[in-house]
Design a binder for this molecule. Structure first.
Ligand code: B12
Ligand code: SF4
Length: 555
């Protein structure tokens, strides 16, 4: 192939929602910098000069329209980043592209792929030519040069489709002084501006766009449910680019940013970066820096959480995952002891006052990981409500195939079973035509492309599915204003009584709901999470969560 002819298209197909917010704008779109980082690496080290087309951020076209666009733009290298939310779509696009452009090359990568562990990958996906694993910059650049020039040296982080067999090139953590000290933003400002413009042409407003910025790559920990760096390394690499200039540029772009880091605050410079971003914040503009992932053992999370809240009105999210030592250990989660967490909570409470603290805070917990049980959850809720934290986010544990917990040993040890869930993710008019029975809903979901599949935990040695449902329902119930009021009127006995009552009611309800779904679960082999049950079916979790609370009202 001649260098001049190389035309690269990157289809991010990020999670997005088409729904408009009350102000008429779109839901926040968080954009991933990977494409710009790959291009930066190639600009530094690559031998060829391909055409890097503007990436498509969101999957707003169907597969046929997507392929027509690729043909129209004479794309011959298709880059497909693969995540839990887009893997099926990316593979469908790869297949259709290869059928229409047999000479084109498909490069796939990202955390959802396991080609480096699965010798049969290319038998299942013959239309993929190369898969990158781990850091993708060098892999992509090497492949582009090979396609452009026919020449190649030794490769890394790549699995190559050689006649259906997987040729595995070795893994390497990207250590490249020049690359890590080159800003992928400041070196291609115009390219990035064009990208932002492409979103605005689609109706996105500046306030709808948030860029994920990587200050440090990797995580030194290995939480069982997480696949950070595809669980290939615990090394952390920091970028060395001039962050003030980058932040000034993001402000000029007039969009907001967040970190992609696992432990923001681990390094002293993180505080400087955050404080500089706060210092240039202008309430008239859209630029702001919100931090999600704080350092697990640093005891400085309050700096970012208070900043997020006071400057930008963001909710304060405590990502505890669990508060019980035995559960944290079983999920290999590094965490400060609860007494230390309480110290941090106290600092934030002192700053905000009890009322404001209650309204601003929420605790995030995993649900269904080993050693968690009804009893440990009662204890979690006691602690959280006892601290006056206003809400909970309960994440039903979803299996990530490259996470430590996917190891068969771990699964066996803790008696874990996962089961496919089909979750409705379309618009209201894309729901199956009102089913008259649960069985019909299960059956309709099979054909309806708006039900997305993912594997969620079904049971462990310590919890069965009814217990898992019970906990998720308790989460809903405790958000009821009436209940919240009761809890706010405090006294430890009241909290204990509310929790006991909520668990008792929800366990009863979960048992009933499960018994109604049981036959379908066995027949179809998947679960329609009951929150997605269309209105009208009496047995839904939604209905369950709206139970009346007669006994508690006068507690
Ligand atoms: C920002 C972010 C989000 C944003 C937006 C994501 C987006 N637009 O892509 C939001 C907040 C929406 C989000 C949501 C979720 N997220 Co998220 N998110 C992230 C985060 C923190 C940063 C992503 C990023 O920008 N990375 C920086 C770039 C440079 O890294 P990268 O994308 O991995 O790309 C590199 C390599 O993977 C590779 N590569 C990528 N593509 C390709 C392609 C080719 C051809 C090659 C060769 C290489 C290659 O090269 C790149 C450069 O080295 C990551 C963690 C992380 N640090 O990556 C999690 C992460 C991507 N999220 C994750 C998850 C699980 C979720 C949720 C499902 C969580 C939940 N339970 O709700 C939701 C999904 C919501 C939905 N609607 O479906 C997982 C994904 C795991 C998986 N197997 O897919 C991650 C990895 C975190 C984790 N381990 O838990 N997320
Ligand atoms: S969940 Fe655990 S392993 Fe994953 S990024 Fe966070 S601290 Fe690291």
């Amino acid at each position: 192939m001649n260098t001049k002819e190389i035309r690269i298209k990157f289809l991010a197909n990020a999670p997005h929602s088409d729904d408009l917010t009350p102000g008429g704008s779109r839901q926040l779109l968080v954009i991933n910098p990977a494409y710009w980082m790959m291009k930066t690496y190639h600009d530094i080290h690559g031998k060829s000069k391909p055409q890097w087309l503007i990436q498509d951020f969101i999957p707003d076209k169907n597969v046929t329209q997507t392929i027509n666009d690729l043909l129209k733009n004479k794309v011959n290298i298709l880059i497909l980043p693969c995540f839990v939310w887009n893997i099926d779509l990316q593979m469908e696009i790869a297949k259709a592209f290869k059928e229409r452009v047999p000479t084109g090359k498909v490069l796939a990568g990202g955390p959802q792929l396991q080609a480096h562990k699965d010798p049969k990958f290319f038998k299942k996906h013959p239309y993929v030519d190369f898969v990158g694993y781990g850091d993708g910059e060098k892999s992509v650049s090497n492949i582009i040069d090979y396609i452009a020039t026919g020449e190649r040296g030794p490769w890394v982080n790549t699995v190559e489709n050689v006649g259906g067999y997987a040729k595995l090139w070795p893994f390497e953590v990207l250590r490249d002084e020049k690359y890590w000290s080159t800003s992928p933003y400041l070196t291609q400002k115009d390219f990035i501006r064009e990208h932002i413009k492409s979103l605005k042409d689609k109706g996105y407003m500046n306030k709808d766009i948030m860029l994920a910025v990587e200050f440090a790559r990797g995580c030194m920990y290995s939480c069982a449910y997480c696949d950070w760096s595809s669980n290939l390394t615990n090394k952390v690499t920091r970028r060395k680019a001039p962050y003030q200039l980058e932040l000034d540029f993001f402000k000029e772009l007039d969009i907001s940013i967040r970190e992609t880091d696992a432990n923001f605050g681990q390094w002293k410079q993180d505080i400087e970066i955050f404080d500089y971003a706060t210092s240039i914040y202008d309430p008239e503009k859209n630029f702001k820096f919100l931090v999600w992932n704080t350092a697990k053992l640093k005891q400085n999370a309050d700096h970012f959480l208070i900043g997020n809240h006071e400057t930008h009105g963001k909710q304060i999210v405590f990502t505890f995952e669990d508060t019980e030592k035995v559960c944290l250990e079983a999920m290999q989660r590094p965490s400060l002891p609860w007494e230390k967490q309480q110290e941090m909570i106290a600092k934030i409470k002192h700053r905000l006052g009890d009322e404001r603290f209650h309204r601003a805070t929420v605790a995030e917990l995993m649900v269904g990981t080993p050693k968690q049980s009804i009893e440990t959850f009662k204890e979690n809720f006691r602690k959280i409500l006892g601290e006056g934290i206003g809400g909970t986010i309960l994440n039903h544990w979803a299996l990530l195939p490259n996470s430590p917990a996917a190891d068969p040993e771990y699964i066996k040890k803790h008696g874990i079973e996962f089961i496919e869930h089909k979750t409705f993710s379309g618009k209201d008019d894309e729901r199956p035509t009102t089913p008259f029975s649960i069985e019909q809903l299960y059956s309709d979901a099979k054909q309806n492309p708006h039900f997305l599949s993912a594997n969620f935990v079904y049971k462990t040695n310590d919890m069965d599915y009814t217990d898992i449902m019970t906990v998720l329902m308790v989460g809903f119930v405790l958000q009821e204003p009436l209940i919240k009021e009761k809890i706010l009127s405090k006294s430890k006995t009241n909290i204990d009584r509310v929790i006991e009552w909520a668990f008792k009611r929800c366990a009863k309800n979960a048992k009933e709901v499960y018994s109604q779904h049981k036959d379908c679960i066995e027949k179809f082999g998947y679960i329609i999470p009951i929150t997605d049950d269309p209105e009208g079916i009496q047995t839904s979790w939604t209905t369950g969560s709206l139970l009346k609370f007669p006994e508690m009202v006068d507690a």
